[in-house]
Design a protein around this ligand. Structure first.
Ligand SMILES: [Zn+2]
Length: 106
């Protein structure tokens, strides 16, 4: 699925999910990453802890408002680059906990 197809679905109000995100091509994601890196002079820096990664594959595109909570899938304002090992895994763990507590009504 390319970006135009996804934008069309988004405009039609189709619920965007992790599944759609996983179907966006690697090429499109590399473009998004390059765009987000411009905020840090094109350098591969984690937007949360500020650490520099040597390989930009260690940075992952994170949706600030998770897709599971209605965050926009292709809104650059809803995206940040996080270091995979520390910040992204920590944020994921927090989100999984939140989902669990919501699922049991807490
Ligand atoms: Zn980080």
């Amino acid at each position: 699925m390319n970006i135009i197809a996804i934008k069309k679905l988004e405009a039609e109000g189709v619920m965007m999910s992790e599944e759609y995100w996983s179907r966006i091509s690697g090429k499109a994601k590399r473009k998004i990453k390059a765009r987000l890196m411009q905020e840090h002079n094109g350098k591969p820096v984690c937007h949360s802890c500020g650490s520099y990664v040597h390989d930009d594959r260690d940075l992952t595109i994170d949706h600030i408002v998770p897709l599971s909570r209605g965050g926009k899938i292709l809104d650059l304002n809803n995206m940040q680059l996080l270091c995979r090992k520390k910040c992204h895994s920590r944020k994921n763990a927090i989100e999984v906990n939140e989902q669990y507590f919501r699922s049991i009504g807490l």
